[in-house]
Structures are given as structure tokens and as C-alpha cells.
Design a protein around this ligand. Structure first.
Ligand code: CU
Length: 270
């Protein structure tokens, strides 16, 4: 039965590994900002910019798009982050395909109601095409990164504007305005979880450990250890009863073992 449960879990894991969905990008460096400015070519009035900066909570990237002078025909227009920068000759064909680190490919077309399933660089697929000759939009895309180590990083890539028939009518490289600050990871969960486990799991036996910790903690004056002191002290009154009645302590040990099993079971369910 346990084996079948395990194989079920393995099958579920394999299924999710096959998925091409893009993960939500967390931890984008706060304040990171990039800007792509479309060059105005001779004989064309198309211009504008795509500004991108880390969302304030580091989850995804906030885009501010402002374009004007789009053609009177050939829309609705598309725009994407492409997988390569614009070459020095300015030829938009050199930008290659779309940014697509999770390899979902061009087909089927992006379903905007499932943005995680779209090509990461398919901004107009996820957030809407450009209907007219000028366009402004602001939105957060959760699947692109301002962290250089992330496969969805776009800061060294380009944005390309297309006619509806995919013809590339303009392109520009992103340039960095600010690299941003990487927020430090918080080791908070360790404290509370070990604090809970100690009283349940080992009961009275552990109270001596807690007390030793408390006495050294007063010396060093750590704020976190003094929080442990308050959970430790309620156990103290049970300690004398334990030493005076050996039979009782065996019962307690059994109860303690039960608690350990329950805790282990709870851990497995997580
Ligand atoms: Cu494109």
C-alpha cells in the first residue's frame, strides 16, 4: 500500500516535470529597472519605450509601455521580448525567437487566461495586443525576471514590435538603469518550528536542555532565546513529579513516544 502511494507521488512528480508552465518569479531585486527605447527610423513615425522594473514585493516585473506612430494598417500589433539582443546593424531579424526558457514553443497560441503556459516573452499574448496607432499600458508580468541568474531574465535582451502578420517593424535592446538590491533571505521559520517540536516530542527529558539554553541565553542576551525561555519554564513543574515516581515516568515515556509518532505522522502529511 505504501509502495503504491509512493508510485502515485512519483507519477504526479513526473507529470509536473513534463509541464512547460513558467514559474512565478519571486525575489526580483528591489529597484531593478530596465528601459528599451525604440529608435525612430527614417520614413517611420513609430517610437516609444518599454520600461520594466521589479515589482515592489519582488514578485514579477512591472511594465510601463508607451508607443506611438504605429502604422494605420496591419494591426492589431504584437510585441514580445525576444531571446537575443538587437545586433549592431539594427536588424530586428537578428533577435531570433521569443524568450522561451521553458520551451513551450509557438503553438498552440498563448491563452491569456493561463499566462504561465505562454512563452515567457509573449507580452502581447499574455497582456493584450496593440489595437491602434498609439498605446499605453501598465501591468505586472509574474513570469519574467530582473535577477540575472534566472532563466527568465530579460535585461540583456530586446523587445520587438510586429504587425499582426508577424512582420517585425521595430526593435530595441533593454538597457539597465538600476541593477536593484537583492533582499536577504529570512531564516525565520527555523525558530518557531523547532520551538513547537521540542515540548511535544520529548517532553520532560528535553526540559533540562531548554533550561541550560536559557541560562546561557541570559548571559548573551539574545532576544530569540528568551522567547524559548517562556516555552521552557512551564515544563519545569512536571520535572520533580517525574523523579519521585518512576512508574509514572515510564507511562510518560510511552505517551512521549506516542507524541513522537504523531509528530512524525504530521511531518509525513506535510
Ligand atoms: Cu516577437
Amino acid at each position: 500500500m505504501r509502495a503504491s502511494l509512493l508510485s502515485l507521488v512519483a507519477a504526479a512528480a513526473a507529470a509536473s516535470a513534463q509541464s512547460t508552465d513558467a514559474p512565478v518569479v519571486q525575489g526580483n531585486p528591489v529597484g531593478a529597472q530596465y528601459l528599451a527605447t525604440l529608435p525612430i527610423k527614417a520614413g517611420s513615425s513609430l517610437g516609444g519605450s518599454v520600461q520594466a522594473e521589479s515589482a515592489p514585493d519582488g514578485k514579477g516585473v512591472l511594465f510601463s509601455i508607451s508607443l506611438s506612430g504605429l502604422p494605420t494598417e496591419g494591426g492589431p500589433f504584437l510585441y514580445h521580448i525576444h531571446e537575443k539582443p538587437v545586433p549592431t546593424d539594427g536588424n530586428c531579424t537578428g533577435t531570433g525567437a521569443h524568450l522561451d526558457p521553458y520551451k513551450r514553443g509557438e503553438t498552440p497560441p498563448c491563452d491569456a487566461t493561463k499566462p504561465e503556459s505562454c512563452q515567457t516573452g509573449d507580452l502581447s499574448g499574455k497582456h493584450g495586443t496593440i489595437p491602434g496607432q498609439s498605446f499605453t499600458a501598465k501591468y505586472t508580468d509574474l513570469y519574467v525576471a530582473t535577477s540575472m541568474s534566472d532563466p527568465s531574465y530579460f535585461g540583456n535582451l530586446s523587445v520587438v514590435v510586429h504587425l499582426a502578420n508577424k512582420t517585425r517593424i521595430s526593435c530595441a535592446n533593454f538597457s539597465m538603469n538600476s541593477v536593484g538590491a537583492v533582499s536577504s533571505s529570512m531564516p525565520v521559520p527555523v525558530g518557531p518550528s523547532s520551538g513547537h517540536a521540542m515540548p511535544t516530542g520529548t517532553g520532560g527529558y528535553n526540559s533540562t536542555m531548554t533550561m541550560t539554553m536559557t541560562s546561557t541565553a541570559t548571559g548573551t542576551g539574545s532576544g530569540h532565546s528568551s522567547a524559548g525561555e517562556s516555552t521552557g519554564s512551564p515544563i519545569m513543574p512536571t520535572a520533580p513529579a517525574e523523579t519521585s515516581a518512576p512508574a509514572n515516568s515510564a507511562g510518560k515515556a510511552a505517551a512521549g513516544a506516542g507524541a513522537v509518532i504523531a509528530a512524525a505522522a504530521a511531518a509525513l502529511m506535510l
